[in-house]
Design a protein around this ligand. Structure first.
Ligand code: DC
Length: 209
């Protein structure tokens, strides 16, 4: 594992990506959006005409594709940055992310990626504090009201966001849940700078213990 990992989990629209990106920038660390990885696999599966419920085909795909998330999200060298946020992807990604073999492949890639980071890294997703990096330097669980979260998702309505929350939290494989030792931060009505400042204070306090 890289020297330091800040693990951030939370539901859709809780501010994970925005906060994680700004936090990584403030610390001079790298940043990994693991939701983009599940989304990229989903886009590729749909492009190949695969049935996302075909567990074996999806597992094979997740193990064999080449993925990048920065500076752009690509799959096998194809830029899918825009496609990963489409409504079609929103609808299919929860099925792909519930596949245990796909998860195994993604978790392995996420740990390898963190190992390769020279300083520290900020990683965000749904199972980062609970499964991927249970020994992270700092664990944060972000949340916000459903109204605020669907507003942040722009054109995704509250029902769609709530449906994805429900699937992500109730699935058998690594459901979204709060790690018992995570610091919970409600980002409703708070600025990104404010939340980043709070996390940096938590990190400083953690390190002086
Ligand atoms: O954070 P997001 O909306 O981009 O995540 C897309 C989907 O992937 C969502 O259904 C949750 C799932 N996901 C997951 O199961 N585990 C992760 N570590 C990250 C995302």
């Amino acid at each position: 594992m890289s020297e330091a990992v800040i693990a951030i989990d939370g539901p859709a629209g809780s501010g994970k990506s925005t906060v994680a990106r700004a936090l990584a920038g403030a610390l001079g660390w790298s940043f990994l959006d693991t939701g983009a990885m599940y989304r990229a696999v989903t886009v590729e599966a749909l492009a190949r005409g695969l049935d996302v419920h075909d567990a074996g085909a999806l597992a094979e795909l997740a193990n064999s594709v080449t993925l990048t998330t920065l500076p752009r999200v690509t799959v096998n060298g194809r830029d899918v940055e825009d496609e990963i946020r489409s409504e079609t992807t929103n609808l299919a990604v929860s099925v792909v992310a519930a596949n245990p073999e796909v998860r195994r492949a993604m978790v392995r890639r996420q740990r390898e990626w963190a190992d390769a980071q020279p300083v520290g890294t900020v990683v965000e997703g749904r199972d980062i504090t609970t499964v991927v990096f249970p020994d992270a330097t700092l664990k944060i669980y972000l949340t916000a009201s459903l109204e605020e979260r669907s507003r942040r998702r722009g054109d995704e309505d509250a029902d769609s966001v709530a449906r994805r929350d429900q699937v992500d939290s109730s699935r058998a494989a690594s459901p979204l849940r709060q790690a018992h030792d995570a610091t919970v931060i409600d980002t409703t009505d708070r600025t990104v700078e404010d939340v980043v400042g709070e996390i940096i204070r938590c990190l400083t306090a953690q390190r002086s213990r």
